[in-house]
Design a protein around this ligand. Structure first.
Ligand code: PEP
Ligand code: MG
Length: 584
């Protein structure tokens, strides 16, 4: 049994499919004579593919972002062509009989030792490039060696260090029953993906990649955050019963799909969904969401090998809007940086604190052409759906000046399209509230926006000064902490007083304990992982606004997070006992 952090509720049992990070377990076996030629050929194929990929990336990034950003791919091609690099690998395969992956591992070790002795910062930086090239080569080698997904008998439990967006895309085609990751926490990528698909997940389990191999039987308990590896028959039987209960509960809740989201006293709520792509938009419709409160566009870039141009973006937005409930979609502009990196942005730009640094609109401002392209594509797509409700939303807004600048970007995008004789229409422009500075100045910010969406995942990490992806400080990164509750209450009250629509689109909006408190604060719009819409509908039907206000009043008196959590768990338990399984 291994413990981690519960990041997506429920219980799942399945066969492990381990996605190895490069070099977690490099193959150390000695090659037989008969295997050497094939191994060499695999290496050469991987090298050709990596070179082709780099050439394409260089061309596309140069055309769409700039020569500076593209130059990194030229350097990587030089490394790949380097005579010493290749001859070492070849000789280790042929003479030392090493597998290609193990030879690359050895080479990386050699370079790391060599670079460690230099004081030169520039040279040290180059080690990152060598590592990058080696990882690219390994990806081509490993994808060949991984057992085919079809060969592993499902249902599958995916085990990985952290799920990368590109891996998620590959997994999109198969039935995944659960996700287990070594790093990450409640608001990291794997957690968000798991919740959006309604599958149990546990993150932050140290050493899990060494403890599990593909084919093992795994139990994922997403209620309290633990996994069981090859458990004895009686443990397995007990979990099978829980798994059935979880499925039954999901089926029962899904019957709420057609019902309106309304409190027991008749107040209507907007339950929207957070999505990363078209399949999530379809899931949102299936789960009975009435709109998309957050489309995270960075996933469109992250899952592309290169920069999507205006036409590609336009097509994607149209497809998302067409598949969304009531063509109602809030599109967030690129939110890259922090934990999400794009290979063509800021490659040579390393920061000690990426979450506090050059991310989101800060990066978009420095690449106006890139930013304009995205805005034009959004405006064009909005025009295709005149009866829908398409809105633009900017992430990480910190100051009033930024809002003015953002508005002028939107004006320019309209103008550029007008010059191209493309008709556009005015659409609502809003901000995400995820930086404490913006919360403090909310009254002035409200004069510049049509709506606000509170990104509580980031707001909590910045308010509590605790990295949202670091399991060591997850005890601080708590949306139910008294400090967070006070700030949320102030912001929601300010927006309601100014009659500006306000939503919470952080993960807490879909958690029953937090939902009750937000309702008590006056919030009527919630955006969450699609899978949580039915359970929030269920709990909403059991409570009146006045009861929620009383619960809030009591909760605000506590001085400690744990007291709030215990109190709220009791409230949820009394209202809808069966939801305990879905509340984390
Ligand atoms: C948030 O910060 O709450 C949010 C919804 O945005 P993301 O999780 O994509 O940072
Ligand atoms: Mg955010």
């Amino acid at each position: 049994m291994r413990r981690g952090i519960a990041v997506s509720p429920g219980v799942a049992i399945g066969t492990a499919y381990v996605i190895h990070d490069i070099f977690v377990n490099p193959d150390t076996k000695r090659l037989e004579d008969s295997e050497i030629t094939a191994e060499l050929a695999s290496y050469e194929t991987a090298r050709d593919r990596a070179a082709g990929e780099l050439r394409t990336l260089e061309k596309k990034v140069e055309a769409q972002v700039g020569r500076n950003e593209a130059s990194i791919f030229a350097i990587h091609q030089q490394i790949l062509r380097d005579g010493a690099f290749t001859s070492k690998i070849r000789s280790w395969i042929c003479e030392d009989r090493m597998a290609a992956e193990a030879a690359l591992h050895r080479l990386l070790g050699e370079y790391t030792g060599l670079f460690a002795r230099t004081e030169d910062e520039y040279l040290k930086e180059r080690l990152n490039d060598v590592r990058d090239v080696i990882i690219r080569l390994c990806n081509h080698l490993v994808s060949k060696q991984q057992p085919d997904l079809d060969e592993v008998k499902g249902p599958l439990i995916v085990v990985a260090n952290e799920l990368l967006p590109s891996q998620t895309v590959a997994l999109g085609k198969i039935e995944v029953a659960g996700i287990v990751t070594q790093s990450g926490s409640q608001t990291s990528h794997a957690a968000i993906i798991a919740r959006s698909r309604g599958i149990p997940a546990v993150s932050g389990i140290k050493g899990i990649l060494r403890a599990v191999k593909t084919g093992d039987t795994i139990v994922v308990d997403g209620r309290d955050g633990h996994v069981e590896i090859n458990p004895p028959a009686e443990t397995l039987a007990a979990f099978r019963k829980l798994e059935r209960e979880f499925f039954d509960l999901k089926d029962k809740l899904a019957e709420n799909r057609e019902l309106p989201a309304v409190t027991s006293c008749g107040v209507e709520l907007q339950l929207h969904a957070n999505i990363n792509g078209v399949s999530d938009a379809k899931a949102a419709t299936a789960m009975g969401a009435t709109g998309i409160g957050l489309f995270r566009t960075e996933y469109m870039y992250l899952t592309h090998n290169d920069v999507p141009d205006e036409e590609e973006q336009f097509q994607t937005y149209c497809e998302i809007i067409a598949n969304s409930p009531e063509n109602n979609v809030t599109i967030r502009t690129l939110d890259i940086g922090g934990d999400k990196a794009l290979s063509y942005f800021g490659k040579d730009h390393h920061e000690a604190n990426p979450f506090m640094g050059w991310r989101s609109i800060r990066l978009s401002f420095e690449h106006p052409e890139f930013f304009n392209t995205q805005l034009r594509a959004i405006l064009r797509a909005a025009t295709v759906f005149p009866n829908g409700n398409v809105r633009i939303m900017f992430p990480m807004v910190t100051t009033f000046e930024e809002l003015r600048k953002l508005r002028s970007f939107v004006r320019k995008a309209h103008k550029d399209l007008e010059n191209r004789k493309i008709k556009t229409r005015e659409i609502p422009v809003g901000m995400m509230l995820e930086v404490p500075a913006a919360a403090v100045t909310i009254d002035t910010m409200l004069t510049q926006v049509d709506f606000v969406s509170i990104g509580s995942n980031d707001l909590v990490q910045y308010l509590m000064a605790a990295d949202r992806d670091n399991p060591k400080v997850s005890y601080l990164c708590q949306p139910l902490s008294p400090a967070v509750l006070r700030v949320l209450y102030q912001v929601i009250t300010a927006c309601n007083s100014a009659k500006k629509p306000v939503t919470v689109c952080g993960e807490m909006a879909g958690q029953p304990k937090a939902f009750l408190l937000l309702l008590g604060m006056g919030l009527r719009r919630f955006s969450m992982s699609p899978a949580f819409v039915p359970s929030i509908k269920q709990i909403a039907a059991q409570i009146s606004v006045m009861e929620a206000e009383q619960i809030l009043e009591s909760a605000l008196k506590f001085k400690e997070t744990a007291q709030v959590v215990r109190f709220m768990a009791r409230q949820v338990g009394q209202l809808v006992p069966s939801l305990a399984m879905l509340d984390i």
